[in-house]
Design a protein around this ligand. Structure first.
Ligand code: NOJ
Ligand code: CA
Length: 679
């Protein structure tokens, strides 16, 4: 059902070695000719720039490095040679938001060397795709860089105009790191921000800065100048405890710096630039990596009716787990997550990261019995590994833990890193990046897939390691359970779609039906208190809008009983053949259609912000001449996220490729549709 080998349709690679004193500027254009990167060398420094349709997007921007204990690699540089290559190849994702991905690009490799005695050398490789530009530094083996400490990567992104940016900060010391609400402002006012950083230029072009293939390096944030006259963002690498950003030795490659480009926000998705810049699958047959829907002993901890640790509310009891397994089995939900199953939660678990055991279960929880029961009922148990940042403690137990899980038939882990760094290293430092790879590779050896919370941002690891399935790395549903104004505003998900989700799948955990949190302590909450700022139909739409190959039905299972709307969660796919954004505006609304992989159904998810909207959607993506039954989960006429969030209308009609659907959404609402071929 799920092909796991790449299909190579066409590869064209040519190599042209240009004379050493190459013509300047050196250029590389995308196959459609619209995106062009240029490399300039002037006064011993190397800059690059990017144009789209001949209009500047990135003005000349510096390249280079500063080292600790060695002169910078920035001055006295000259270009020594240029080679070109092209590729056109289509590969298949073992699972994903689209099945086939086309990697079609032109490449230039620019050799650079110092003219000074040290004579250090590196290459800068640019790839131009129709959906953007990627570039990286490749440093060959050489005595002068045998061992090095990068103090700063000098890469700049000088925006050609004061584009509007949607951003979250990167310099706030908090436990949750990427879990802020987005702000929008002119990019010139940015201080220090995370990527993906999505911007819209005055001309209307969308520009997204991010990185791809982050391995044994530090995560890149971007630092601005907060000055209208200076529109340059600079790479700001996350530091190790001693302030060094990256320790390494040549040969080495930096991650790719990516500049995704699109004419409209709808064209930003699916975002595959970063996937194309990652190496292909190294795990071979990954048919054991299976997308899933899951329920879990989880939301109760966040709304206060359950606890992770010991006590009268301890959620992870054997009996509770059996109840969740039964619910999953009876409702066609693939998996069950159990948090609080292990020892280490009692006391201040954030401070006591060294106390977590990843093999020892709480006395209330019989791991063997639960695992056996899950196997018996055909349900996949997801092991929870909260590390609270205790990376050494986790790594020390990793082999034993993963071996144990595999022996119990468990093939998925949700891990967590609730911490503000570790032993002085930034949460996103090279130290943590190395740990990620170790966890991914170790899990792969035990045929376990990962869902990582408080992660390093997604840079496309899933292409090389398809067991790296999904992660958090943004403000998810959990914030709606906590404190009042700390909840997510209705516009949140229609910003996430064009920012965080461009990096890769997100475990947002949709599907809260008890929107006013009536089942929480203290009963229903007013709009000012903590609750979910949504309508019920919007919660369903999020399964289609916010892509994740592991998709949670996040509410307490009792809240799904006798709820006709739950049928959509039973039915919705988690693995896709193709994805089409039908209508979208950053921060306002998203309408996306996805075709189920290995099936014929299509699903449409539409969400809006605090404004009600009516959007006309042609179904021309359906095959001509074929009728479909549309099951429509819509807001009622008087639905409103604040005053009337629960009413939902469920209706059916027959549609085809000529139909224009009118999607009406309440303020804070949405709509979810399943399209099944008519018999
Ligand atoms: C934060 C995660 O995002 C959440 O899902 C989890 O329940 C807690 N950490 C505890 O691990
Ligand atoms: Ca979190």
């Amino acid at each position: 059902m799920r092909p796991h080998r790449s299909v190579l349709t066409l590869v064209v690679a040519t190599l042209i070695t240009a004379p050493a004193a190459a013509q300047e500027p050196i250029r590389v254009a995308s196959p459609d000719g619209r995106n062009e990167a240029r490399i300039h060398s002037r006064d011993g420094r190397i800059h690059y720039s990017v144009e789209r349709d001949g209009n500047p997007v990135i003005a000349p921007s510096l390249l280079g490095f500063e080292f600790r204990g060695a002169p910078p690699l920035r001055d006295s540089l000259r270009i020594t040679g240029v080679t070109q290559a092209s590729r056109d190849e289509t590969w298949t994702q073992p699972w994903g938001e689209v099945r086939q991905v086309r990697d079609h690009h032109n490449e230039i490799r620019v050799g650079v060397a110092e003219t000074t005695a040290a004579g250090r050398r590196f290459d800068i490789v640019f790839r131009a795709f129709d959906d953007g530009i990627g570039f990286r530094y490749e440093v060959p083996e050489q005595p002068a860089l045998h061992f090095f400490e990068i103090q700063n990567e000098l890469t700049e992104f000088a925006l050609a105009d004061d584009a509007r940016a949607w951003w979250i900060p990167s310099n706030r010391p908090r436990l949750d790191r990427s879990e802020m609400l987005y702000s929008a402002s002119p990019m010139s006012l940015l201080d220090s921000v995370q990527t993906p950083l999505t911007m819209r230029t005055a001309r209307g072009t969308f520009v997204v800065l991010h990185e791809a293939h982050l391995v044994d390096y530090a995560r890149m944030n971007l630092a601005g100048q907060r000055h209208m006259e200076d529109r340059t963002l600079r790479a700001a690498l996350a530091p190790l405890a001693d302030g060094v950003k990256v320790r390494g030795k040549a040969p080495f490659n930096t991650p790719w710096r990516t500049i995704q480009l699109a004419d409209r926000e709808a064209d930003l998705v699916p975002s595959v630039l970063g996937l194309n810049l990652n190496p292909p699958n190294v795990l071979g047959d990954v048919s054991w990596v299976k997308p899933m829907k899951y329920v879990g002993i989880w939301w109760g901890m966040h709304i206060g009716t359950m606890s992770w640790g010991s006590g009268p509310r301890h959620g992870a009891t054997t009996a509770n787990a059996r109840r969740y397994i039964d619910f999953a089995a009876d409702n066609g939900i693939d998996g069950v997550l159990v948090e609080g199953w292990n020892t280490g939660w009692d006391g201040d678990w954030i401070a006591n990261s060294h106390l977590f055991s990843f093999t020892q279960s709480h006395p209330n929880y019989d791991l063997n019995e639960v695992a056996a029961y899950a196997r018996q009922r055909g349900v996949r148990l997801i092991m929870h590994n909260e590390t609270s940042g205790g990376i050494t403690n986790y790594e020390d137990q990793m082999e034993d833990a993963y071996r144990l899980y595999q022996s119990l038939g468990i093939d998925a882990i949700k891990s967590g890193y609730v911490a503000d760094g570790y032993q002085g290293h930034s949460h996103w430092s090279q130290f943590r990046v190395r740990h990620n790879l170790k966890a991914i590779q170790t899990a792969a050896r035990y045929r376990i897939a990962l869902n990582v919370h408080e992660p390093v941002h997604d840079t496309g690891e899933r292409r090389t390691y398809p067991n790296m399935m999904t992660r958090e790395g943004a403000r998810g549903q959990e914030y709606n359970a906590w404190g009042g104004e700390g909840g997510n505003p209705p516009e949140h998900e229609s910003i996430l779609f064009f920012t965080r989700l461009l990096a890769g799948p997100m475990d947002f955990t949709p599907g809260i039906f008890d929107i006013t949190l009536a089942s929480a302590d203290g009963g229903p909450r007013s709009p000012q208190e903590s609750r979910v700022r949504t309508t019920l139909a919007k919660q369903l739409a999020l399964y289609v809008v916010l892509y994740s190959p592991m998709q949670m039905a996040a509410d307490l299972i009792e809240n799904y009983v006798n709820q006709p709307a739950f049928q959509f969660i039973r039915d919705v796919a988690v693995d896709w053949e193709q994805t089409r954004v039908l209508d979208a505006r950053m921060g306002d609304h998203v309408v996306v259609a996805r075709q189920e992989r290995g099936g014929e159904d299509w699903f449409i998810g539409a969400i809006t912000d605090e404004e009600g909207r009516t959007i006309d959607v042609p179904l021309s993506f359906l095959p001509a001449g074929r009728s479909y039954v549309a099951e429509i989960y819509a807001d009622e006429a008087d639905s409103h996220w604040m005053t009337n969030p629960l009413p939902i209308s469920i209706s059916r009609r027959t549609v085809n490729a000529d139909t224009r659907l009118t999607i009406r959404m309440a303020p804070g609402g949405g709509q979810a549709i399943r399209l099944t071929p008519a018999r």
